[in-house]
Every structure is written in C-alpha cells, then in structure tokens.
Design a binder for this molecule. Structure first.
Ligand code: THU
Length: 134
C-alpha cells in the first residue's frame, strides 16, 4: 500500500475524533501484516486524563481483532474542523504501545500534514533504547 493512501485513511479516521475538550482532532491509520487497515481517532472524556489517543485506539482495535503484526501507522492532527497545519507526533505513551508490537527498525510511522506532505520514521527513531520485557 502506498504511503499516500495510508495517510488518506488517517485523514478519514480523523473525522470521527471525539475531542470536545481540546478541540484537537487526531486520526490514525494502522496497516497490518495481513494488509488490513485499522482506523483510530482520539476519544476524550470529561475526566480529562481518561482520553485515548488516535494511535492507541487503532492499535487496540487491531489487537482486539487478533492482529499483532504491524507494518506502518499514519498520523494526522490539528484543530477540529480544519485541515492539519503542523505535523502531529505520537505521544510517549503511544510510542511505548507501538514498541510492544512493532519492530524497532521496521515499523514505520508517517507523520503527515497531508497525503503528500509527510515525514517518515521508524519506531527506533522516535523511541530509542525502549523498555521491553519480552
Ligand atoms: N492526541 C492524539 O490522539 N495523538 C497524538 O499523537 C497526540 C495527542 C490527542 C489526545 C487529546 O485528545 C488531544 O490530542 C490533545 O492532546
């Protein structure tokens, strides 16, 4: 799958963001080894710390459906109702969740403003020397 297509999926996922408190809407699209794409959006809560990020929503959806091999994730974010103007990087918690399942040198993270304007990393770039037990 082309990077541009995965980013388009993240932009679609972003439309479902539930972010009435921050008004910062994030979308993620996760490509699995089996070729499926899982969408994720941020889901906030009146008790603010309960919010779930778009990336974790996508990963948890996939794992709950039996997927554990991940190839890439695209992430887009910005003020709700307007197109992204900056790159939105995964938070530290989401990076740690990615490290549970993604190969540090292989799992790709696409941080995008649009389908054609994006930066590409592997997990090791964003979370070097990560903690793991397995
Ligand atoms: N957020 C994400 O969903 N992913 C990120 O990579 C960064 C932050 C969400 C959490 C919260 O709902 C909102 O963005 C503002 O922090």
């Amino acid at each position: 799958m082309k990077d541009e297509l995965l980013i388009q999926e993240a932009l679609l996922a972003r439309e479902q963001a539930y972010c009435p408190y921050s008004e910062f809407a994030v979308g993620a699209a996760l490509l699995t080894g089996s070729g499926k794409i899982y969408h994720g959006c941020n889901v906030e809560n009146a008790s603010y710390s309960v919010a779930n990020c778009a990336e974790r929503t996508a990963i948890f959806k996939a794992v709950s459906e039996g997927e554990k091999e991940f190839v890439a994730i695209a992430v887009v974010g910005g003020k709700k109702g307007t197109p992204p103007v900056d790159y939105t990087y995964p938070c530290g918690v989401c990076r740690q969740v990615m490290a549970e399942f993604g190969d540090p040198k292989e799992f790709r993270i696409l941080v995008a403003k649009s389908a054609t304007d994006y930066k590409e990393y592997v997990l090791k770039d964003l979370l070097p020397e990560s903690f793991a037990l397995l």
